[in-house]
Design a protein around this ligand. Structure first.
Ligand SMILES: [Zn+2]
Length: 423
């Protein structure tokens, strides 16, 4: 069983200076290794069958990989002796981060989702470094012993649970100070596979929305807390103020620091709200059905529209940008992660259901009831059901999850095209 705890660090000025210097050196190393990868990629990415073999073949360079880059750190330390000050594991971790970023760009993650091209890290964009091996003995009382930095005081606001051994430590710089995230493992506790059979009584379904954070299949709603909106408004005002200050001025720097802290506060408030909402949902049900949302697809830009002459027409991107911002602010993806995490811990289950058609069908008679996004009420002409649109979707998601009604009459593209021709 693996968990992680985060504690606030209280480093001295000297320790802060060391850690800041390390971050800068790690950043330079990260950028160098990334450039090496790009260099090889640019020069050698031709397929064999499309390579023009009429020119002189240059001396082929080996493809830099994690191991070769890690080995090259030895020569780096000879050429630039100041890198000897940085702990060797911390430097090796830079090579690992480059590997992960590059692999996600070329191969994609375990689900095959590819990320964008990795970016070079600008100043203040590289904010953490990792000790890949620490032991339980490194944490004594209210201090953690970080090799080559020294004993750093920390606020141990919760004890390390019995039986857990510290494995790695990530030191990160946030807008309000330094933090350490310790990953803990207990090998004696096996990872349990949860097997709860969903029934009509022990399950509940969620429909995530923007107006109300979530609608439950029981008819209840979870609202977005007011304090959260307050902080967001404050942030927007402050951001506006920043834009009026002169570039590079002290006033701008100070204001930017303020904005950073406020963003951190908002992120924390959102996280707490997500945890509380997940807790509320899980007290009443063993199985939770949620939509299998593709948040990244939902927040894509609107497609450009052109007329016959090639002139660009109004495509509603301005409205879509606002919607995209709201989707990002709601943090659905992180909420679903938290919900799954909490459920797993308590022996409960979260099941993802394909949401296709759930907003356009009636939850009682399953007939299609087309609605615009602005229509918030569902009233069915066939069975005269009249409820909130999101509650209707949630009930339908639950039905789909329980395999009760797999016969939603989904419209196919051919059918839609035929319909369009007829009308
Ligand atoms: Zn109906």
């Amino acid at each position: 069983m693996n968990i992680s705890h985060q504690y606030k660090l209280l480093p001295t000025q000297a320790q802060k200076a060391i850690m800041n210097r390390w971050l800068d050196m790690c950043r330079a190393e990260y950028n160098y290794l990334l450039a090496e990868r790009f260099d090889w990629w640019e020069k050698n990415r031709n397929d064999v069958n499309s390579c023009p073999l009429i020119c002189h073949l240059p001396e082929l360079k080996d493809n830099p990989n994690y191991y070769s880059q890690k080995r090259a750190l030895v020569t780096l330390k000879q050429e630039r002796p100041w890198y000897k000050d940085v702990h060797s594991q911390v430097l090796q971790d830079c090579a690992k981060r480059v590997k992960l970023a590059f692999d996600r760009f070329i191969k994609g993650d375990c689900n095959g989702n590819r990320s964008g091209k990795p970016r070079f890290k600008a100043l203040n964009r590289y904010r953490s470094f990792t000790y890949t091996q620490i032991t339980g003995g490194d944490i004594t009382g209210n201090a953690i012993n970080l090799s080559k930095v020294g004993k750093v005081k920390l606020i141990l606001h919760r004890p390390i649970p019995d039986g857990f051994i510290a494995k790695t430590a990530i030191i990160s710089k946030k807008s309000d100070g330094w933090y350490v995230t310790i990953s803990l493992a207990d090998e004696s506790v096996p990872d349990i596979k949860i097997d709860v059979t969903p029934t009509k009584e022990n399950s509940v379904a969620l429909d995530l929305g923007l107006e109300k954070f979530a609608a439950l299949s029981t008819g209840k709603f979870i609202d977005i807390p007011q304090y959260f909106r307050c902080s967001e408004d404050k942030c927007a005002l402050l951001q506006q103020k920043v834009s009026t200050r002169k570039k590079g001025s002290r006033a701008k720097k100070l204001l930017n620091r303020k904005v950073g802290k406020l963003h951190q506060k908002i992120a924390r408030q959102r996280k707490q709200f997500h945890f509380e909402a997940a807790g509320k949902i899980l007290t009443n049900a063993d199985v939770v059905f949620v939509e299998n949302l593709k948040v990244r697809n939902m927040s894509k830009r609107a497609k450009p529209k052109q007329d016959e002459t090639g002139k660009f027409l109004h495509n509603g991107q301005a409205a879509k940008s606002g919607l995209n911002k709201s989707i990002a602010d709601a943090g659905w993806a992180s909420f679903l992660d938290i919900l799954s995490f909490k459920a797993e811990k308590a022996g409960q289950k979260v099941v993802k259901v394909d949401p296709y058609g759930t907003s356009q069908h009636c939850s009682t008679c399953l007939n299609k009831v087309p609605k615009d996004l602005s229509e918030r009420w569902h009233s069915c002409p066939s069975c005269s059901l009249s409820i909130d649109r999101d509650t209707n979707s949630a009930i339908l998601i639950k039905k789909l999850g329980l395999d009760v009604s797999l016969s939603i009459k989904r419209s196919t593209r051919k059918g839609r095209e035929a319909h369009a021709v007829l009308s």
